[in-house]
Design a protein around this ligand. Structure first.
Ligand SMILES: [Zn+2]
Length: 415
């Protein structure tokens, strides 16, 4: 991609109405555009990152037997009345009148909708297990939407729903899903800590959250250094220095961002909505459910909170919108740099090529702000048939012959 053609310019000043680093950096670097508090558009660079996160999520959900569907965002009241959640969620759910005074809502979560689909199609033990997921925008009327992509009123969510014959099968799948979540976050460059938490407003009595420790997090968790105890402070009274209830070591309080949440729903929704199956003896049983959420847009925000410095974003290779940022710093060499760009593109490398008529200082600053993992620089001082490379995380720099660059990028991205 030639940067002279790229839609979305970088901006020097931080937006006045943003306080979180993810919103400030993603806006300045041209990844997102704010429409109102908690509601953002994704510009070309931002959509590439979001798509990479969604594809990682998809591949790990498919690997544990998930089947992707897409449910509507617009819901009639009736299906929500079956679980009495039209009333109980009215603070957080966008609810309004459609034509003829009909009550409608925007999906804040999708248990009711997926159970309605399932009860029309599941009737026998032979129909189970089933694992359905979607990646879709959710809508929540958040009172505080000041954290950029970390807390949206409209935000991307992957929600998977498991349908099993009994509690034991649910437990087995729940632990598979926990491991799949660990893989997803690791592939996104995040170290997520599995944390015990309350069921929250949406679903069950108990749940597990996946928390990423960062000083900018909105959540607070209690962590035992031995790794045998982690709880959200919502359900835990312990303070830094108190004894771990399992091993007696001193625990500490850590600021964190929740990036995923999984729940054992049991038979709650099946009871309320009549989702049953005939077991092997022909006896009617309730389907046992779980639900498993990850917010791809929130993961994007969390990655920026964890990976940035005072110059800009530092993307992990797996999520960067392009593999390399090719910088032409000497206009005398523009024909040569065009050729390098074409060769790399033909070799299958994703390259953002800064071909603009701007000063070297502006180009280098923009490259740091945008945060691709490696800069490939062709300037007045670079020798013949070679360029200079610099890794964005400052871990390496040096010179490369042109015919070595594609291999170098492939190696870098294999790690
Ligand atoms: Zn402990």
């Amino acid at each position: 991609m030639r940067q002279s053609q790229l839609f979305g310019k970088t901006v020097r000043e931080a937006p006045k109405d943003e306080i979180s680093q993810n919103a400030i950096l993603l806006s300045r670097a041209g990844y997102i555009d704010k429409l109102m508090a908690g509601v953002y558009s994704y510009l070309p660079l931002g959509l590439k990152v979001l798509s990479k996160i969604k594809n990682i999520v998809r591949s790990e959900m498919d690997a544990i037997g998930g089947q992707e569907i897409l449910m509507p965002a617009l819901h009639p009241r009736e299906v929500w009345d079956e679980t009495k959640r039209w009333e109980s969620l009215k603070e957080i759910m966008f609810q309004f009148k459609g034509r003829g005074g009909k009550d409608l809502g925007l999906g804040a979560t999708h248990e009711e909708i997926v159970v309605d689909i399932a009860r029309k199609r599941i009737s026998s033990y032979r129909d189970l297990p089933v694992y359905l997921y979607q990646i879709q925008d959710k809508f929540r009327n958040e009172p505080r939407a000041k954290s950029g992509l970390l807390r949206g009123r409209e935000f991307s969510m992957k929600d998977l729903y498991s349908f099993n014959q009994n509690q034991h099968d649910l437990e087995v799948f729940y632990s598979q899903a926990t491991q799949a979540y660990g893989k997803i976050f690791a592939r996104c460059g995040l170290q997520a800590i599995v944390t015990e938490a309350s069921g929250g407003a949406f679903t069950s009595d108990y749940s597990h959250e996946f928390q990423v420790a960062t000083p900018y997090g909105e959540d607070e968790i209690v962590v035992c250094p031995a790794g045998d105890f982690v709880q959200n402070t919502e359900i835990c009274q312990l303070k830094t220095g108190d004894r771990c209830p399992h091993c007696g070591q001193a625990v500490k309080l850590v600021q964190s961002i929740e990036v995923g949440n999984i729940f054992k729903l049991g038979a709650k929704y099946s009871q309320d909505m009549g989702l049953t199956f005939a077991d092997e003896n022909g006896k009617k049983q309730e389907v046992i459910m779980g639900c498993y959420g990850i917010g791809p847009s929130r993961v994007m925000g969390a990655v920026v909170e964890v990976y940035h410095d005072d110059k800009g974003i530092i993307w992990p290779a797996s999520l960067a919108p392009y593999q390399a940022h090719l910088l032409l710093l000497d206009q005398q060499k523009s024909a040569l740099t065009d050729q390098v760009y074409q060769e790399l593109t033909q070799a299958g490398c994703e390259v953002l090529y800064d071909d603009r008529q701007e000063s070297a200082g502006i180009k280098l600053n923009d490259a740091d702000l945008i945060g691709l993992p490696v800069k490939l620089i062709i300037g007045a001082k670079t020798g013949e048939h070679e360029l200079e490379y610099q890794l964005r995380d400052n871990s390496d720099q040096g010179k490369l012959k042109f015919d070595r660059v594609a291999d170098f990028l492939n190696q870098l991205y294999k790690k």
